[in-house]
Write a protein that binds this ligand. Structure first.
Ligand code: CA
Length: 372
């Protein structure tokens, strides 16, 4: 009879190779005895039955143990790596959802000389002489890739009028424009194989007098192979890389497509090459240069990925220079979020908002955000 715990039985020598059957039988436990003993001596449980769990452990030779552990690990890993429909859906949702991280300011400037101070949480606090208008220019460093959105948060602060979040007399603010540009880090350059120019969203003729693609000081477009969506008047695509910027039609150096939806022109440089500048020369005769109003320039790499893109709203006169060391980012969708949705906040729109604005006159300090 054993009354102390733990109960340990050494089965060495009783087990044989292969499977063994073990039966644990518990009979006549002493628990019922407690119910009839004097309470002053009763220190244990009074329920009849097995008191406590039974754990069987076995010690295997090292090699068998290793094999067993490996088998167990493999099975667990298999379970871990097995994808289910629920997991797949959850992962997709996780991947779709935004994951915000705070950008760390590197350089902060105010054109009207306001004092901009970086706080410990990397937010920026404005103070000093208030001016009617101002432009804040802030450089951030980031190693993030695949950025899909930017969120501008306006935070209340005790030093601002009525607790902020703005510097207006009521603690409000008005943001009339937001422009975002991106530069490759530490002198790195965009590598691309094709430069594509396209008029998007309407039926139009596309003419180009010349397209220069500079890698350093060398125009490497001259070595490329030019194509375009269609050709009219025998004005082939290679007229835009004939090293002649003459924009007069009579000079036979301007390429020409049919009037069509979303016409394009493209030069293939043959390999991914570092690109610093793209210069687009327009047609100059008559008033036909206006046809090149609203076009898109893209740099595409060998894997057909667009790695740089810019949209120009005004026609080159006679040329437009696109520097790839600093790229403007087109902002597409804008939303605002307030912590009190019952308060109406006018939406902030567009990459460069000259006519619309994000304007807030809070009745009490609160945290606001606009998402681009
Ligand atoms: Ca030309």
């Amino acid at each position: 009879m054993r009354l102390a715990r733990p109960f340990r039985f050494d089965l060495t020598g009783l087990l044989h190779a292969g499977q063994n059957r073990l039966e644990v039988r518990v009979a006549n436990t002493i628990a019922p005895h407690y119910t009839v003993t004097n309470e002053s001596h009763n220190l244990g449980p009074t329920d009849s039955g097995l008191l406590g769990p039974v754990v069987l452990s076995q010690q295997l030779p090292v090699d068998e143990w290793t094999a067993w552990a490996k088998q167990e690990t493999d099975q667990l890993l298999q379970t871990l790596n097995r994808s289910t429909e629920t997991l797949k859906v959850a992962q997709q949702r996780w991947e779709r959802g935004p994951h915000w991280s705070v950008l760390k300011p590197i350089d902060i400037r105010s054109t009207s000389g306001n004092v901009l101070q970086q706080l410990p949480d990397d937010s920026i606090l404005a103070s000093g002489e208030r001016s009617a208008t101002d432009t804040y220019q802030i450089d951030f460093g980031t190693e993030a890739t695949g950025i899909t959105g930017v969120r501008l948060e306006a935070l209340p602060h005790a030093s601002l009028p009525h607790g902020g979040p703005g510097r207006g007399e009521s603690g409000g603010f008005l943001v009339s424009a937001l422009q975002l540009t991106v530069s490759p880090p530490n002198g790195r350059r965009f590598l691309g194989r094709k430069v594509r120019i396209q008029i998007v969203g309407r039926q139009e003729y596309l003419h180009l007098a010349e397209v220069q693609v500079f890698s350093g000081d060398k125009n490497i477009a001259l070595q490329g192979n030019a194509t375009q969506s269609t050709t009219s008047n025998n004005a082939s695509a290679d007229r835009a890389i004939d090293n002649d910027t003459n924009g007069s039609w009579a000079g036979n150096s301007v390429c020409h497509t049919n009037k069509e939806q979303d016409p394009w022109w493209e030069v293939d440089l043959g390999a991914d090459l570092p690109i610093d500048r793209i210069v687009i020369w327009n047609r100059t005769d008559g008033t036909l240069e206006t046809r090149l109003t609203g076009f898109r320039v893209s740099l595409i790499d060998s894997s057909k990925k667009t790695i740089w893109q810019q949209f120009s709203t005004s026609p080159p006169d006679p040329r437009t220079v696109f520097s790839l060391t600093r790229q403007a980012v087109a902002l597409h969708r804008v939303g605002t979020r307030v912590d009190r949705p019952d308060k109406r906040v006018p939406p902030m729109l567009g990459a460069t908002m000259s006519e619309t604005a994000w304007s807030v006159s809070p009745t009490r300090p609160r945290r606001l955000a606009a998402i681009f």
